[in-house]
Design a protein around this ligand. Structure first.
Ligand SMILES: Cc1cc2nc3c(=O)[nH]c(=O)nc-3n(C[C@H](O)[C@H](O)[C@H](O)COP(=O)(O)OP(=O)(O)OC[C@H]3O[C@@H](n4cnc5c(N)ncnc54)[C@H](O)[C@@H]3O)c2cc1C
Length: 349
């Protein structure tokens, strides 16, 4: 069955920070652009922390994850790229010099170049291994913190000791009635600055400890208390709670890259081995953001933006070897002339 869609200059797989900035920059370089995202919404991993304050994106004063998503999406849509959501790319191959991407929907996407901006791949939270725990996921067992408000004045337990768990603990400590952090190891594995912040709050740390079981309410719909076991002493503690947050990290699914007939070179079976210009080992295939590894890589949103600009510039050179190696700065870019006129009209009335 032939169901190719039209041919694009650049197809970006992944609609997180790297993919969104690639879409904007690709428009600036006048390339016909498509962005494909597995989730129903653009924004990528930032949807995991919509209420977290983000301080370290250049020129942006602290803003929430949700605000950052809105601004990134607005910028990405500037040059009206084709946006496909709810589409999981399941294979990538090359035919007659063009990339052929196949989605789980059965649709095929044809492109002259591709930018892999898939972060860690499709994210699935690592779940708690307690029989029957999934029934509480619709009430008071959570794998992401979508809204801090929900936990205001509550007795809350967070399980996990990595950056995400401690970031959430720092945000929740000032607003919860009581906060317990349960971690199976003897120390937390997170940025020191966050740990110092945590120490300012009167919370309960349970190190070398795991959740043994849940005690449910009589109607069996909610967790009423958690039973903790100290892994060294086997001592058990029961804590009455309103909510349990599990932050054990995420499993990543990168099958379409790992199993591609293109033999995409990886590092640690996890990252695309690339260059500081965002090139992969395959001509015409570039990478940006968390998926890309090279010496000097900055694993932050700001690093994803720089990778994206490099990936787009290399894609442009691949398609048009005589084109300038870089985009002109936006103030000199004719694509903005009309838009600037409109903006100035609003500014100076
Ligand atoms: C809790 C937490 C807090 C953080 N705080 C900060 C911070 O304060 N500052 C900072 O700079 N960074 C922070 N980060 C890191 C930051 O979120 C990432 O570096 C950034 O999101 C990477 O962007 P990306 O576009 O490379 O990947 P992602 O944001 O992971 O986006 C990748 C997208 O690709 C999609 N995708 C994957 N596979 C497929 C497929 N097969 N088909 C279609 N789509 C696919 C995914 O659904 C996803 O939407 C934080 C991360 C976490 C988890």
């Amino acid at each position: 069955m032939q169901n190719y869609e039209e041919l694009f200059d650049v197809t970006i797989i992944g609609g997180g920070p790297a993919g969104l900035y690639s879409a904007f920059y690709s428009g600036m370089r006048e390339m016909k652009t498509k962005i494909i995202e597995y989730q129903p919404k653009l924004g990528g991993k930032v949807h995991v922390y919509p209420e977290k304050m983000i301080w370290d994106v250049g020129a942006l004063t602290p803003l929430t994850g949700e605000q950052l998503i809105q601004q990134m999406v607005q910028q990405a849509l500037t040059f009206e790229p084709e946006v496909v959501v709810n589409e999981k790319i399941t294979s990538i191959e090359k035919k007659n010099g063009l990339f052929l991407l196949t989605g789980a929907s059965g649709k095929q996407h044809l492109s002259k170049t591709v930018i892999l901006a898939v972060g860690g791949g499709i994210l699935k939270p690592i779940k708690l291994e307690i029989d029957g725990a999934e029934r509480f996921e619709i009430t008071n067992l959570h794998y992401v913190v979508q809204s801090l408000e929900k936990f205001k004045g509550k007795d809350v337990v967070i399980c996990g000791g990595g950056n995400a768990a401690i970031d959430w603990a720092v945000e929740l400590a000032p607003i919860t009635k009581s906060l317990h952090i349960v971690h199976r190891r003897g120390q937390f594995d997170c940025h020191e600055a966050q740990l110092s912040k945590l120490d300012q709050f009167p919370l309960h740390k349970h190190l070398n400890t795991t959740i043994k079981k849940f005690v449910s309410t009589i109607d069996n719909t909610k967790i009423q208390s958690v039973i903790l076991t100290n892994n060294e002493t086997a001592e058990e503690t029961s804590i009455a709670i309103d909510d349990v947050i599990i932050s054990y990290g995420f499993e990543r699914e990168l099958t379409f890259i790992k199993e591609s007939p293109l033999n995409i070179e990886l590092v640690n079976d996890h990252f695309v081995k690339g260059t500081s210009k965002s090139e992969s080992n395959i001509e015409g295939l570039f990478a940006a953001g968390d998926i890309l590894n090279f010496d000097g890589k900055v694993h932050l949103i700001l690093g994803a933006f720089a990778d994206a600009a490099n990936a787009v510039n290399q894609a442009k050179l691949y398609l048009e070897p005589d084109s300038p190696a870089k985009a002109r700065v936006s103030s000199h870019n004719s694509r903005f002339d009309e838009k600037n006129k409109e903006l100035r009209q609003h500014l100076f009335v």
